[in-house]
Structure formats: structure tokens, C-alpha cells
Design a binder for this molecule. Structure first.
Ligand SMILES: [Zn+2]
Length: 266
């Protein structure tokens, strides 16, 4: 009967009693760091959304500017067309009353010139009409982007407003819990943990498996590995390479248990 050791008891026996607490401390510290990073990111998220909104506003202003420029150009070429057409008409009127062949030819030449200028101005006017249409589309798309930016800024604001309080509460609870756990671990062990955690982005503990440190992948000497897995070990054992605090996920096999399993199978 004494061979049937409950798993929970085995668990508590197989490592320094501080190890489960350190694992919990590490879990909390990583959460706390995550929450702090998230809370710290809030002002930047607002700033980014603000910048996006400013960019979208500038986009609308630029599109409107382009639109009014194209309209001005279109009107200018429209005037040109009218002026050249008017001139051609005047020359045509004059040509009815000229006396010499020379003068008539000269007028015909002027008429042709004025007509060709009118046609050229018409082409440019058409180009500008297309530009006006194009810039109208640009304004529409810039306004859609502006609406989107306004929406995402509002969403960020409301999300941050509603989440901020909840995250802060979560953080406070985690900090209180952390303090409680840290107080239950011998001070020198907490200090050791903190030193190692600082060097390894908050991950001070590493599993020891197959004579290997899972933190850095380096070998662990067989007798050290044995010690880590020894259910009576009360030492804090650190990896010689990365300094992380090692713990065994699996205890060393207990010979009596094997016998028991064999006899019950038989
Ligand atoms: Zn290591």
C-alpha cells in the first residue's frame, strides 16, 4: 500500500518547494509585463490613429486642390477656344470684303491658323474635363479614407477607454497576487530569480529534460541532472551555461513503483 504514492505528493516531493511558487511567480511576472506593455501601447495607438486622420484630411485637401486647379485650367482653355473661334469668324467676315487675292489668301491663312488653335485648345479643354472627373473620383476616395480614419480613431478611443480600466484592474490584481507569492518564497531565492529573469526577458526557470537545459539547450552533467530529479533535493540548481533555475518536469523513476506495477500486472 505504501507504494501507491499519490501523484500530488510525488509532485511536491520532487523539487525544491520554492520551484512551483517560482513558476507561479514567473507566470504572473510575464502577465504583468504583457499588461504593462499593452497599457503603454494605448497612447501610441491613439497617436497613430490621430496621424492617420491627419493624413486622410491632408489627402482630401490635396484632392480638392487638384480638382479646383483642373477646373481653372478647363475654364481657361474654354476661353481660348471661344477666342480663337471668334477670331476665325471675324477673319471670315473680313474675307467677304477684301479686294485683292493676296489679302484674301492672307486671311484664309489666318482663319486656318485660328481654327487649328481653337482645335488644340479644345483638345486641352477636353483633357482638363477628364482631369476634373478624375479628381472628383480622387476626392470621393479620399473622403472615404477620411471617414474610415475617423471611424478607427473613434474605435481606438472607445476600445482603449473600455479596456483600459479592465486591464488596470487586472494588473493591480496580478501585482497583489505577485506580492503575496513573492513574500512566501525565501528572499534570497526571489532575488536570484529576479536577477536571472532580468537577463532572460522574464524567463528565469527552465525545464531540465534528457540531461539538457530547455532554456539554452546545453547539456547538464549527469549527477546534476540526477540531483534536479531527486525528490528530496532542496537546492536551487542553476544551469551552468545560462544560469536559469532548473526544474524537473518528470521525477526520477522510483524503483518500488516499477515493482508494484510489475506485480499488479502479473
Ligand atoms: Zn541553460
Amino acid at each position: 500500500m505504501e507504494k501507491a504514492i499519490p501523484h500530488a505528493v510525488l509532485n511536491s516531493l520532487r523539487m525544491n518547494p520554492a520551484i512551483p511558487q517560482l513558476l507561479e511567480l514567473q507566470r504572473l511576472d510575464l502577465r504583468i509585463a504583457g499588461l504593462r506593455a499593452e497599457l503603454d501601447s494605448f497612447p501610441k495607438r491613439i497617436k497613430d490613429a490621430d496621424a492617420m486622420l491627419a493624413g486622410a484630411k491632408a489627402g482630401v485637401a490635396a484632392a480638392k486642390e487638384k480638382h479646383s486647379h483642373a477646373q481653372t485650367e478647363r475654364k481657361k482653355f474654354e476661353l481660348d477656344v471661344n477666342q480663337w473661334r471668334e477670331r476665325a469668324r471675324k477673319y471670315r467676315d473680313q474675307s467677304a470684303s477684301v479686294k485683292t487675292n493676296e489679302a484674301y489668301k492672307a486671311l484664309q491663312h489666318e482663319i486656318a491658323h485660328a481654327e487649328s488653335e481653337a482645335t488644340a485648345a479644345e483638345d486641352r479643354q477636353l483633357e482638363q474635363m477628364m482631369a476634373v472627373e478624375e479628381t472628383e473620383r480622387e476626392i470621393k476616395s479620399a473622403e472615404a479614407k477620411l471617414k474610415e480614419a475617423e471611424g478607427s480613431l473613434a474605435a481606438e478611443r472607445s476600445q482603449i477607454q473600455s479596456q483600459g480600466a479592465a486591464k488596470k484592474t487586472e494588473l493591480d490584481l496580478d501585482l497583489a497576487q505577485r506580492e503575496k507569492i513573492a513574500a512566501s518564497i525565501p528572499e534570497e531565492i526571489v532575488e536570484k530569480y529576479s536577477r536571472v529573469a532580468k537577463r532572460h526577458h522574464g524567463v528565469a526557470l527552465a525545464e531540465a529534460a534528457n540531461e539538457q537545459c530547455r532554456g539554452c539547450g546545453m547539456r547538464i552533467l549527469p549527477h546534476t541532472f540526477q540531483e534536479i530529479r531527486d525528490s528530496h533535493n532542496e537546492e536551487i540548481i542553476q544551469c551552468e551555461t545560462c544560469n536559469r533555475i532548473l526544474y524537473a518536469a518528470e521525477p526520477a523513476p522510483i524503483p518500488e513503483q516499477k515493482e508494484g506495477a510489475a506485480s499488479s500486472a502479473a
